[in-house]
Write a protein that binds this ligand. Structure first.
Ligand code: UDP
Ligand code: MG
Length: 318
């Protein structure tokens, strides 16, 4: 089998504290795999600068000059992790045979790449990196993150449990993924839709080597909500079901109200009426909000705006 060209794609947003530590890990991994003869000598690490506000891009440019295995891609502004990752993957797909996407903070065990490569050699085109445990996460992060995967699956967005964006993809899979034109992207949910032979490898997740997480609870909730509404219409179905139940209940109430009225035993009930009105008002607003979310998604999709814009790269500049 010909040695595959591997590109490690790493999105970076305000990571000037982490990159000086972690870039060497990626380069060492490439060297190691090259020495073993498992990947081609023109394999690379590609850092995607997602419109960082600090000196991340300058750092990537310097690193790429010092180290021939490092390349960089700069997005014109911050577009978020998913877009940055997709931008990096689609930009390199024609120059390589496989990509492995990984965060730049050293949390994902880089040695799992060996196993991913073995799975690729055995014919898998998609290999998911799955966290076997979250011992180093705080209780809060573990609880919220695991609830995130449960909620996603329950709401009809099929995702691999405890798999983030650490995965191997062949260029063939990326080619097919590039034909998914949506602008609301959630790669964890989209990759399983592409299909092809896939498997998982397990690793222990470590702590961030430096800097801070960019996924506080607020962003995680936004990601879950985006993921669900981009991949599934189950929430709308739930609303319809709930609407049906409430209507049934109201119908029963109506009969009861009429019956009590006819028997002449009605009493002025301010409290019960007010609570029902408030309750129903709240429910209706939530339902409208969920439907509005889908309408908003359709609105964004109809604009066909580019998902990312590349303003600079280090390719062919050395
Ligand atoms: N990231 C990005 N754009 C953003 C936010 C994050 O490219 O707008 C990158 C970030 O540099 C890191 C990865 O996405 O490589 C994951 O982010 P982070 O480590 O902060 O998330 P966590 O691991 O805490 O969920
Ligand atoms: Mg992280």
């Amino acid at each position: 089998m010909k040695q595959p060209v591997l590109y490690i794609v790493v999105p970076c947003y305000n990571e000037q504290e982490v990159l000086p530590i972690t870039h060497q890990l990626f380069v060492d991994k490439l060297h190691h795999l090259m020495e073993q003869g498992r990947i081609a000598p023109d394999s690379r690490v590609v850092f995607v600068n997602d419109g960082s506000k600090d000196s991340t891009w300058e750092l990537i440019q310097t690193l790429s000059k010092e180290q021939p295995l490092i390349e960089g891609i700069c997005l014109s502004r911050n577009r978020g992790h998913q877009n940055a990752l997709l931008g990096g993957l689609l930009s390199v797909k024609d120059g390589c045979d496989i990509t492995i996407s990984i965060d730049c903070d050293g949390q994902d065990d880089i040695n799992a790449m060996d196993e991913m490569l073995t799975a690729y050699e055995q014919g898998c085109e998609v290999v998911y990196g799955v966290r076997s445990s979250r011992k180093t996460d705080t209780f809060f992060k573990r609880f919220t993150a695991e609830s995130f995967y449960r909620l996603m699956n329950w709401m009809g967005a099929q995702v691999v449990f405890n798999h983030a964006d650490y995965r191997l993809l062949s260029s063939r899979v990326l080619e097919e993924l590039s034909h998914f034109p949506e602008v609301n992207i959630f790669l964890r949910g989209m990759v399983p839709l592409v299909g092809f032979k896939s498997t998982s490898v397990y690793y222990e997740r470590a702590e961030r080597m430096a800097g801070e997480s960019h996924y506080p609870l607020k962003k995680m909730l936004a990601l879950a909500f985006d993921g669900i509404t981009s991949l599934s219409i189950k929430p709308i179905r739930l609303i319809t079901g709930f609407g049906g139940l409430v209507s049934l209940f109201s119908f029963a109430m109506l009969i009861w109200v009429l019956a009590t009225h006819l028997t002449g035993s009605t009493v002025a009930g301010w409290a019960s009426t007010t609570s029902i009105v408030c309750f129903m008002g709240g429910i209706q607003l939530i339902c409208l909000g969920v439907i509005g979310e889908y309408v908003g998604k359709i609105y964004m999709e109809t604009k066909h705006r580019p998902r990312y814009i590349i303003s600079d790269t280090t390719f062919n500049k050395k």
